[in-house]
Ligand binder design. Sequence first.
Ligand code: ATP
Ligand code: MG
Length: 436
Amino acid sequence: MPSSTFTLQKYKAADYGIHPNDVSEAALATIHELTKAGFQAYVVGGGVRDLLLGLHPKDFDIATDATPDQIKRVFGRGCQIIGRRFQLAHVYHNRQMLEVATFRAPHEEHTAHSQTSAHGMIVRDNIWGSIDQDALRRDFSINAMYYQPETGQILDFANGMKDIKSKTLRMIGDPATRYREDPVRMLRVARFAAKLQFRLDDATEAPVKDLAYLLKAISHHRLYDESHKMFACGHLQALLQHLGEMDLFSALFPQVKEDVFNSPLVKLAAKNTDDRIQQGKSVNPAFFYAVVLWEWQQRLTKLELDRGEDIFPAYQSAGIKVLTLQSQQTAIPRFVAQTIRDIWDLQPRLEKPRSRVVPKLIIQPKFRAGFDFLLLRELSGDNRTHGMGTWWEHYQAVSTDEQEVLLRLLDKPKAKPKSNKPKKPKAVVANTKEAQ
Ligand code: ATP
Ligand code: MG
């Protein structure tokens, strides 16, 4: 859509219940310093959008007409320039970090500062521009509003306020072109639709299925970061639904069968993750990864066992294989991969513990995550846990004396149910097909 189809709308923030105090002190101070030095500076994107929706913004991103070098001159040692593909300034204020981005112009192909790949993907994007140019290269209309706390004005370049009111997620410009420029925008469509509970504009949604394959060209580090944001967005259940409808799973998890995302384990884990975030608790990115990759891990473990491997080494080598392959898609950091493996490796140990190892297992640093995982499997109907999720839950809740009793019972061989039928004589199977 050419920029001429939009008319700049100006709003008084106070009319929408937004006041400078709603913005973090660090953002106010950064905007103040830049303004004092003669530059324009605004809160942009999620900060403005979430305030308008009555939500608590996760952070406040700043946009300015100062170039990264000029920002550096204003803040000196309190500023660090980062990034190549997309240069940004990190400004520190009382240990808080703010992202300060210079207004960008639409990219032009193959110049020194901007480059497009054969698929139309922007691989370098550092041409500075004016505020209205900057607005139109943002992703959604609702993310292209600028708030200046000192003037109390909100500038709306792409009818974002209208879309806020009608709860519509709309890509600015021609959606297919915008996805080709940056395929990660497709994942952002799913994430923001879920997080904000917005309706998807038809034209925004339509090209995604056909273009989802473009995500394969994205750096696996960026895809990991995006997957992390998705898992922790607080609306993972709705997000899984959107990802399924838009065929976006396979770009992130090509080896995971699509129906895994509809499995009781994944659904329950997504609900638990959302509940934790709702309650202000932290979520470990490793946990949901462990859940999503579990079926695949189990498939490979079975192959190892069928080959005659023992249970613990089978789990370990299957885990390593799964994580090595998945990391080619989403670069799982080493410490996250270690936690995923710890969670998996604990499963057979927690399923069939001997009494003497129980006290050792319970003090392992990853016991809690492993136990949560076991319980979740059990609650989602996985009977391979032999009810041990509930057993461990009970064990942790009772007194030391009662724990002793539980441990004694644990080593007792389980009595086989008695049968009244007369015993059959053992079948003689020599020379039959089954015996070969
Ligand atoms: P939140 O931080 O709550 O996840 P946000 O909208 O602030 O949401 P960020 O990823 O912090 O999202 O990005 C800040 C702003 O930068 C966005 O609001 C949007 O205007 C712009 N932006 C981010 N990623 C893209 C992208 N891939 N393409 C175009 N614009 C983008
Ligand atoms: Mg943000």
